[in-house]
Design a protein around this ligand. Structure first.
Ligand SMILES: [Zn+2]
Length: 318
């Protein structure tokens, strides 16, 4: 029997842990908020706690796992087991030995990978991209991440490939959280959209977004808050989401013009929340920008949903 494996998806707001069997079926899962103080050591402790909880839900001890894989933001050195410059995590500016720290706390080997790439690899191995030789994964959430598979293999470039969120869709355009201007993420990323909404709201523009946020006990405009505001026909939310879809269409189509991949998978918090109707909208928004428009790629919704990153991370532990 193949021993169960663990997977942890380390995000800017949440840590998702799973324990899966040999077929990658989920046996147990747990979700913890990502600590916003205490730096990498605190984050590692929360990751270990989430994994222990997922293992307990599967009636297992972490030591019984064949290993644990981690999908992390920042620059990953898989051989050294380190993560550097994970800027969306608190206090993570230097290099931290995440694999060794977690391995000691969990009593099982730990392997690291890039968060977006492992989610893409999971869709190729188990989800919407099964059978595709070339694929682009687009994870539409707080930011917009991308993962690339070419000729059946992940394409990491020199370690920083796939940053589709920073494709320029408008020269000298809106300010992006990365500090540059006109990136796709400046229009489509949830963080950028929230900043824009706050600016417009402060300028006197009416919107239900922040009332909904408070009503649901949130401090941020989550994917669910955006979805509710759209259901209410909120004008500002509709306008910002329309801009996001247009930016995604232009940016993804530009990437497809370069790579000519067979499949595009749309995932991420907003992508999964909005689902198939928005995959259809993105497909339509891409079309005018596709150079070879009589043969568009297959644009599909991520099949593994919210757990894709963690399930993909568990693949690293094989
Ligand atoms: Zn940018």
């Amino acid at each position: 029997m193949v021993r169960p494996r663990g997977g942890i998806d380390l995000g800017g707001t949440k840590i998702q842990a799973v324990v899966v069997d040999g077929d990658s079926s989920v046996l147990g899962q747990a979700r913890h908020p990502t600590p916003t103080s205490g730096g990498p050591a605190e984050v590692a402790a929360a990751m270990a706690a989430a994994l222990r909880e997922a293992a307990a839900a599967a009636a297992l001890e972490p030591q019984a796992l064949a290993g644990v894989g981690v999908g992390s933001p920042g620059a990953i050195d898989a051989d050294a087991g380190t993560v550097s410059g994970a800027r969306n995590l608190h206090g993570w500016t230097g290099t931290f030995a995440l694999a060794a720290t977690l391995a000691e706390q969990l009593g099982t080997p730990v392997a690291l990978g890039n968060d977006v790439q492992v989610a893409t690899d999971a869709e190729v191995a188990l989800g919407a991209g099964r059978g595709a030789r070339s694929l682009l994964g687009v994870f539409w959430g707080t930011g917009v991440g991308g993962g690339i598979v070419l000729d059946g293999k992940p394409w990491l470039g020199r370690g920083a490939a796939g940053e589709i969120g920073h494709m320029v869709v408008k020269r000298d355009g809106r300010r992006c959280p990365c500090g540059r201007r006109g990136c796709m993420e400046a229009y489509a990323g949830r963080a950028a959209m929230e900043a824009r909404a706050r600016e417009r709201h402060a300028g006197g523009h009416k919107t239900a977004l922040f009332k909904l946020m408070e009503h649901h006990g949130r401090t941020r405009l989550t994917s669910g808050i955006w979805a509710r505001a759209l259901e209410h026909g909120d004008q500002l939310a509709t306008e910002l989401i329309d801009e996001a879809v247009a930016a995604l269409g232009a940016g993804i189509a530009s990437a497809v013009n370069l790579l000519d991949c067979e499949v595009v998978v749309i995932g991420g918090g907003l992508g999964v929340r909005f689902g198939e109707p928005y995959v259809e909208r993105i497909r339509a928004a891409m079309l005018p920008h596709l150079f070879v428009d009589e043969r568009p790629p297959d644009v599909r919704l991520a099949a593994l949903g919210d757990l894709g990153g963690a399930i993909g991370a568990a693949l690293l532990a094989r």
